[in-house]
Ligand binder design. Sequence first.
Ligand code: SF4
Ligand code: SF4
Length: 431
Amino acid sequence: MPRVYNWQIGREMSYPHEERHSQYQFAFVFNPNRCLGCQTCTMACKSTWTFSKGQELMWWNNVESKPYGGYPQHWDAKLLKLLEEANPGKQNWNARKKDPQSMPYGSFDGMTIFEAAEQHPRPEGQQGALGYLPTDDEWRAPNIHEDTATGSHFTKESQYGGSVELPEHKVWFFHLARICNHCTYPGCLGSCPRNAIYKRPEDGVVLVDQSRCRGYRKCVEGCPYKKAMYRPTTRTTEKCIGCFPRLEGKDKEISPTGAPAETRCMSACVGKIRLQGLVEVEEQGGWANDPTNPIYFLVRERQVALPLYPQFGTEPNGYYIPPRWVPRGYLNQMFGPGVDGAIEQYSCPDRELLAVLQLFRANQQIVFRFEIEQGEKVGECEVTMPNGESRTQELFNDTVIGFNKLNEEVARVSIEEPTFERPAGSHVNSI
Ligand code: SF4
Ligand code: SF4
């Protein structure tokens, strides 16, 4: 297999195709600390793209309650087990070897899904990626174990005490919202024997060419996140298309000047946990240095948002601010070795980070650049840090301003939310 560079695992790796990159890359940051599991995003996607015959069990966007929930069921636990069997005891990170540009989280010394497939060819021939095909049963319940917390090992007589105290809750769950990660090295694309899957050169969105697809389901098997889905009525695969007409600024209601807009699931998010962007990609594949792009700022500059299972090797473009009450071992397995640093920053954000966090759901158009206008100090509060120490957080009424691709102002949010008091007697339901 050709060799490509994957900055998330800090090293070169094998991939079935030669290195080639898009001009921009579709990317997003989700903040599970704020997700309320309302499924508004799920229904926004369903009612836009997957409401037809044959798509009944297809949820391009889903929100699962971790650790027990999953769509399809056990998707991540099953793949982690397969990788462990392929490379027993060696699926480890070396977090000491770091470089801010080429290996920001250190280096993953284990096997990716592509390397495991290369080293363990199957009797029917070498596959593009290690994977498995979920059973029909595993797809049928997108919301299984919703809101189910851990804690079965506690008895009435034993300790529930301290079960929900930071830095780690003893009884815990969290909502993990998921869409296709429009990976830089997609497992679906690498597994397709028909070359029916491609990345758009303009924005890196991963699409299935329906005229080439023959429904072999190799992509369903090879996508580690299980976001390529088979449609029995057409006998082809379908998947998230990144709402590309919105990315192209085709919706004049949202983008009167034709600037790129966020997807339906992002725009609908009630909890304001989602921020989507397009980051500029250099010729060699790295992200162009652009610290005023909010996605670049959160992912590369601050590393407060981390990739989902980077060790799978697809370089996913979905990033998550780790939920701060969850046991660290679980989070380290899911988001890699950057978890402690991310939680530390999120627990007590400085002025700049706090301002950028206000851009989540500030507008439906994609923010390409932000500026911050500094305001006066409006308060301070005591924060308990993950190591138990107390820190004083100063709060300033700064204003963050977001600009779209055409450099037009599309968002302006202040830290202190303006409040209005209605005069008594001026509304009909006054008592
Ligand atoms: S998440 Fe899966 S379907 Fe989406 S690009 Fe990556 S490998 Fe392909
Ligand atoms: S709409 Fe937002 S808050 Fe609601 S479930 Fe989806 S991601 Fe979570």
